[in-house]
Design a protein. Structure first.
Length: 305
């Protein structure tokens, strides 16, 4: 999806996913663009975003998946390029994003669970502003202590997400390096008054998107064969007729015969209709007059004065 100089998409195996039903809207405080994408169970994915033109302000982008907010990314003024987010992280570990089947329950105590209201959405929020420096607590360089990254991934009430068949889970923890050095200063981002740009990717299975008429149906094999039968090029062969060289497999002959027979019937019906229209019209005779009756001859008497 694209909005101004910013763009973003979700990818699987480094391939951009098709986007369906894209809708954009704007208010004085927010530019929002939404779409649908097809998720795949067991597939890891990421969000990639780009800035196409130099700006005089700082850009801050934050990805959230199913309502779980990830660490933000900051681009300094003048930056043009691409960034991506493929995992949830803290100072100790990372866990990759992954699509999974959603687990449903009929337990009514979970009907109003606020943790499930954002399931089915991948959101990228892009803000503009400036950086202000601040001092941070001293940390040692190297591997940090082992701290697990807990994320709630429980069941969802069956009436909460009727069109949602998938959710995001997080893969196994991977230890990460901590690059903070003693006495290093960090910066704090302060947003300005420019509108926030929000990219919203709603996701579910492809067959559900097709059933909702959001994604186009996948053509089946029979349709492809039929298109091939009637869309073949005609080859003109110069030379004596050889039946063996023009023979076609039986499965290709029958559809052609049926098609030609139907066309022949249509042309015959059209020819009959034209013949009826061209017949000479008959003159209607008055009642009591015979077609074979000879006309009466009147005799004049010329001997009279």
């Amino acid at each position: 999806m694209i909005f101004g100089d910013l763009s973003a998409y979700v990818f699987i195996d480094d391939q951009e996913l098709p986007e369906y039903a894209v809708v954009a809207s704007s208010t004085p405080t927010e530019n929002r663009i939404t779409c649908w994408i097809a998720s795949e169970e067991g597939k890891k994915f990421g969000v990639r975003w780009m800035n196409a033109a130099e700006q005089s302000w700082v850009i801050r982008a934050v990805v959230s998946v199913d309502g779980v907010c990830c660490t933000g990314q900051t681009a300094l003024p003048g930056w043009v390029g691409t960034k991506e987010r493929t995992y949830l992280s803290n100072d100790s570990v990372t866990r990759d994003f992954m699509f999974s089947n959603i687990q449903l329950t009929d337990d009514d105590s979970m009907l109003d669970d606020q943790n499930s209201k954002d399931i089915g959405q991948i959101v990228l929020r892009v803000e503009t502003g400036e950086l202000r420096k601040k001092q941070v607590v001293k940390k040692k360089h190297g591997k940090s202590k082992s701290h697990t990254l807990h994320v709630r991934e429980g069941k969802v009430h069956e009436r909460s997400k009727k069109a949602c068949a998938h959710r995001v889970i997080f893969a196994e923890e991977v230890p990460r390096q901590v690059h903070y050095q003693p006495g290093r200063s960090a910066s704090m981002f302060k947003p300005d008054d420019r509108p926030t740009t929000v990219f919203v990717f709603n996701y579910t299975r492809l067959d559900i998107l097709q059933a909702m008429d959001i994604a186009p149906s996948t053509p089946n094999n029979s349709s492809k064969e039929e298109a091939n039968d009637y869309g073949d090029d005609i080859e003109i062969i110069d030379g004596p007729y050889e039946p063996s060289s023009l023979s076609l497999p039986p499965k290709d002959v029958k559809p052609r015969i049926q098609h030609l027979e139907m066309e022949l019937q249509r042309l015959r019906a059209q020819l009959t209709s034209i013949s009826e229209d061209q017949k000479p019209s008959r003159v209607k005779l008055e009642c009591g007059v015979s077609r074979r009756q000879k006309p009466a001859i009147e005799i004049l008497d010329l001997t009279k004065d």
